[in-house]
Every structure is written in structure tokens, then in C-alpha cells.
Design a protein around this ligand. Structure first.
Ligand code: HEC
Length: 284
């Protein structure tokens, strides 16, 4: 008994103090995804639990012997206990004839309370939850076999992201030259701004003032100033004049965003603006 009680501490010491192990090699050994120290820890916990159970059972037996009622009383007790109905036995209930022994000493307005034991089914349920908690702990937190919530969440988000991406691709292609509309929401315009800064600044200037390419802030347009026409110019480009066909790099939604951003630059009159080119038409 003494040895059993000491064992978990020895094992625990091994698991905590890797230096006590013969060589570093063993530390990295894995069994079913568990490191040696983790296995030691689990064993230590299990052995501790068993030892605790043994101690509790022993104490219970001891208590029974010490608190043993007198012989004739006991035979009456056994008799009464045996005569209980099935349901009384199942509920670990004392027979009615013993009620006076169960009575708790205080009473109020002639009403007394019985000290009935917790029903065994409830206790088994309780022990069951303890057993399940050990299985749960090992499965979810030690081996990592089960999916804890954060893993589940990450996995679901990854799946949703994929679905979102696929949807956006499909959705993006639903915008075209014929149905494109100017967007005014901050997010779309901001996205357009980003695309403009990345791809267009080199030729049209950081403020749209123009450079190699024409000024995009004035009301003069070479290829038309309507949303549809600007969309068309950007997607198809003007190859012979050095304006790239952006449909290979930008999807229709992105072009829509950049068109929406260009619309916000209208009439801003930036410094060093390039002279007007083309015909005067307002962006609409
Ligand atoms: C390599 C230089 C270059 C880059 C980069 C470039 N453009 Fe252009 N862009 C031009 C040139 C040059 C023209 C004028 C074409 C012409 O003269 O017909 C033009 C014309 C345009 C026009 C038509 C203007 C009009 O007056 O009708 C629009 C709109 C436009 N570009 C938008 C964009 C956008 C949006 C981007 C970025 C996604 C972009 N451009 C990137 C060179 C460029």
C-alpha cells in the first residue's frame, strides 16, 4: 500500500525532471502521439486515482466495523432491509419502519426532515461524469484527437473562406460593361483607391492629374466619360496608345471599384494637372 502511494510521486518526478531519464533520446520518443513525460503523467494520475479509491473503500469498511450496531438490532436491520420493495432497493431507500432512525433532530411546527442517502443512480451518474472527464481530457487536450472549439472554429472558417472565395469569383463575373454601376460605399471606393495606387499611379499620377496617361480628374475624356465607357477603356485598354487591357489582372468587381474611385477624383483640380484631352463629358 505504501509503495502504491509513493509510485505516482516517483513517476511525477520523472515526468517533470527530464534530467532523471537515462538519455535525451528517450524524451523525444512518441507513443500514440504522446511524449514519454505525458504518458508518465497520465499513469501517475491514474495510479493516484486508484490509490485514492482504495483508501476511501478501506475507510468505509473501517467505519462500518467501528459503528456496528448491536447484534439483535442488526438482524432486525438486515431483515427490514431485505424486505424492501424493488424500487426502495433501487433508490437505496430505508424501509418505512426505520424512519425514526433517519429523522434529523430538528423539527419545526411538528415537521421533521429525513436524512435519506443520495440515490445510487445519481451517484453512478456522478462517478460516470468523472470517468468521462478523464477520457475527455486525454482525448481533447493530450492526444488532440478530438476537436476543441477553437480548432473546430478555425476549420469552419477555412471552409467558409474557400466558399466565400468561390462565390466572389462567380459574383465578380456577374458585373460587366452593360450592367456596371458606380459604387459610393466607403469600402468599395477604398478598394478602388488601393488598386489605383498599385496599378495606375505610374501613368495617371497619384492624384489622377495625368502623366503618360491622360488627366482623370477633369471632364474631358478620350474614350467617353460614362461609367460604362470608363469600365470598357480599363478592361479592354487602348493597346496602340500604351493603356493596358486590365481584364487580365483585375476582375470585373475590381475594375468597378477603380471606376468608382476615379469618379471621386472628378473636379478635384490637382496641381500640375495635364491639359484636357478629348471631349467634355461629365462622369455619370
Ligand atoms: C503604362 C501606363 C498606363 C497605366 C499603368 C495605366 N494607364 Fe490608363 N491610360 C494610359 C494612356 C496612355 C491612356 C490614353 C489612351 C489614349 O490616348 O487613347 C490611358 C487612358 C486611360 C483612361 C481613359 C481616359 C480618357 O480620357 O478616356 C482611363 C479611364 C484609364 N486610362 C484608367 C486607368 C486605370 C484605372 C489604370 C490602372 C488600373 C490605368 N489607366 C493604368 C496609360 C496607362
Amino acid at each position: 500500500m505504501k509503495n502504491i502511494l509513493i509510485l505516482p510521486f516517483i513517476l511525477g518526478a520523472y515526468s517533470v525532471n527530464g534530467a532523471m531519464l537515462p538519455s535525451k533520446q528517450i524524451l523525444t520518443t512518441n507513443i500514440a502521439g504522446l511524449s514519454l513525460s505525458e504518458i508518465f503523467l497520465i499513469f501517475a494520475i491514474l495510479i493516484m486515482s486508484v490509490a485514492l479509491l482504495v483508501v476511501m473503500l478501506t475507510l468505509q469498511k473501517l467505519a462500518k466495523v467501528l459503528l456496528k450496531p448491536q447484534i439483535e438490532e442488526e438482524s432486525a436491520y438486515t431483515q427490514a432491509m431485505q424486505n424492501r420493495t424493488f424500487w426502495q432497493k433501487l433508490g437505496s431507500l430505508k424501509p418505512l419502519s426505520m424512519e425514526k432512525d433517519l429523522m434529523i433532530k430538528h423539527e419545526f411546527d411538528g415537521i421533521a426532515e429525513l436524512d435519506n442517502p443520495t440515490p445510487p443512480w445519481f451517484m453512478y451518474l456522478f462517478y460516470g461524469t468523472i470517468a468521462i472527464s478523464v477520457v475527455y481530457l486525454v482525448n481533447f487536450h493530450v492526444i488532440g484527437n478530438g476537436q476543441i472549439m477553437t480548432h473546430e472554429y478555425a476549420e469552419e472558417i477555412a471552409v467558409a473562406d474557400k466558399a466565400h472565395e468561390a462565390y466572389m469569383k462567380k459574383f465578380a463575373n456577374s458585373v460587366n460593361e452593360n450592367n456596371v454601376k458606380l459604387l459610393t460605399d466607403a469600402k468599395s471606393v477604398e478598394d478602388g483607391n488601393k488598386i489605383y495606387t498599385q496599378s495606375c499611379v505610374a501613368c495617371h499620377g497619384d492624384k489622377g492629374q495625368g502623366g503618360v496617361g491622360p488627366n482623370l480628374t477633369d471632364e474631358y475624356w478620350l474614350h467617353g466619360g460614362s461609367t460604362k465607357e470608363i469600365f470598357h477603356t480599363i478592361t479592354e485598354g487602348v493597346a496602340e496608345k500604351g493603356m493596358i487591357a486590365w481584364k487580365k489582372t483585375l476582375n470585373p468587381i475590381q475594375v468597378q471599384h477603380v471606376v468608382s474611385y476615379i469618379a471621386t477624383m472628378q473636379g478635384t483640380k490637382p496641381a500640375n494637372a495635364k491639359e484636357a484631352q478629348g471631349e467634355k463629358v461629365a462622369v455619370k
